[in-house]
Every structure is written in C-alpha cells, then in structure tokens.
Design a binder for this molecule. Structure first.
Ligand SMILES: Cc1cc2nc3c(=O)[nH]c(=O)nc-3n(C[C@H](O)[C@H](O)[C@H](O)COP(=O)(O)O)c2cc1C
Length: 229
C-alpha cells in the first residue's frame, strides 16, 4: 500500500511539473536574453526563429530588461511578459503569419521544463550573453533559470550557443570562454563581418543572427554568403 501511494505521488509530481509547461518536442529551442548590449540581436533572433516555425522558450534576465529599456525603449514586465512586443520590433519577414510560437519563463522559475534535462530541446542560445552570465555558466552556478538551463544543455551534450558582447576582453573572460568552448559550447561573439557589403545596422544585426541560425540548423536568407553570386 505504501509503495502504491509513493508511485501515485511520483506520478502526480511529474504531471504537475509538466502541466506548467508546454509539452517538449525535439524541435523546441531555448533563447535566454541577458544584460549585455545588443537587445536588437535578441529581438531579431526570436522573430527569425518563430518565422521559421520553431517553438522557442524564452527567458529574460533582470538586467536584460534594463538594457531593452535603454537601447530600444521597450519596457518588459518580467512578472507578466508580453513577448509579442519582441516579435514586432522589426519589419515583418513575410506576409504570412509566423508558424512558430514563444513560451515565456520567468528567469527565477526553476519549475520551468527547461530547468530539466528530461525536457527535450534542440539547443539553447544565450543572446546577448553578459560576462556575468558567461562566468556563472562557466562555473556551473545555476543561480537562475538561465544558468541552470545552460548547465542542463552542457550536461546533456546539447547545443549551447553563447553570444557574448564585451570589449576589450580580460583574461578572466577569455578563460571563461575557453573553459566553455572546451566542454562543447559554441562561442559566437556579436562580431558582424563586413565582407557581405552591409549598408544598414539591420544588415549587421542580420549577419550575427544568421550565423546563430547556421549553428542551429535553421534555414534563413539574412545575408549573402561568401562565394554566393
Ligand atoms: C545599458 C547596459 C549595457 C550593458 N552592456 C554590457 C555588455 O555589453 N556586456 C556585459 O557583459 N555587461 C553589460 N552590462 C552589464 C550587465 O548588465 C551586468 O553585468 C549584469 O549584472 C548582467 O546580469 P545578467 O547576466 O543576469 O543579465 C550592461 C548594463 C547596462 C545597463
């Protein structure tokens, strides 16, 4: 009888854990936005991923919300976040409505599915990635959902793409990046190239976002590739 009750309790716990989350699919992606400069990289990335039909789990740090306000005048209420604001910041990519969707998770909500390795995803991007978040991930601190989800992606050997933005870089930051690259994370700095002939800021943003999509295997036409006519 005791064992039956125990099994029932375990099942209940699992059910309530999942019910606060959308059912995961192997195509789900995680995008964490942290407080480095470059809010437009995040807004564009989300728009492109949703346009490509992906379901994206989004979490935003407190500092990221401050940067959003400062850089693009967007106020994000992290307690009740309206993610549509993020999707409409740029010109629409196509006339048809986006096929994908966004699922919001508060950065302190460890009950979110993405806090567990049993929640399947196709990978995670931290964009932009602050030096603080980089350091926390490099040291396995898991003090918020962003660090925890990144930790999960590393331990599950899933794709983790970090988009740091800082200059110049000190040796502690470089060592943290090396440490993460050594365990399989992809360090993709927000460093646009100039060989594709950019003429606008959007072209520069799209170069970085396109390179992130290349890593995720998400098709895009955000920039002209080297060697293409
Ligand atoms: C407007 C603004 C721009 C910032 N830009 C950067 C940056 O480019 N890189 C960085 O590492 N930190 C930057 N910071 C500092 C981070 O936001 C700060 O270290 C914060 O603690 C990071 O927390 P988080 O990683 O939880 O988002 C910036 C802060 C503000 C307010």
């Amino acid at each position: 009888m005791g064992r039956l009750i125990e099994r029932w309790l375990v099942r209940r716990k699992k059910e309530s854990f999942m019910s606060s989350n959308a059912e995961p699919t192997p195509l789900d992606l995680v995008v964490a936005i942290t407080g480095a400069s470059g809010a437009v990289y995040a807004t564009r990335l989300l728009q492109v991923l949703v346009n490509a039909g992906r379901r994206v789990h989004v979490t935003v740090s407190k500092s990221a919300a401050q940067v959003f306000q400062h850089e693009i005048g967007l106020t994000l209420d992290l307690e009740n976040c309206d993610l549509n604001k993020l999707l409409t910041y740029h010109e629409p990519i196509s006339d048809s409505p986006p096929r994908g969707s966004l699922v919001y998770h508060h950065y302190q909500d460890f009950r979110a599915g993405i806090a567990s390795g049993s929640f399947l995803t196709a990978g995670m991007v931290v964009c932009p990635c602050s030096m603080g978040t980089l350091a926390s991930i490099a040291n396995g601190l898991s003090t918020n959902l962003i660090h925890r989800a990144a930790d999960v992606h590393l331990k599950e050997r899933r794709k983790l793409i970090l988009v740091p933005r800082e200059t110049p870089l000190g040796s502690i930051q470089l060592e943290n990046m090396k440490r993460l690259a050594d365990v399989g994370a992809i360090i993709l700095p927000a460093m646009p190239g100039f060989y594709h002939g950019p003429t606008t800021i959007q072209d520069l943003v799209d170069f970085v976002v396109g390179r992130i999509c290349d890593q995720l295997g998400v098709p895009h036409e955000l920039f002209k590739r080297w060697g293409e006519n």
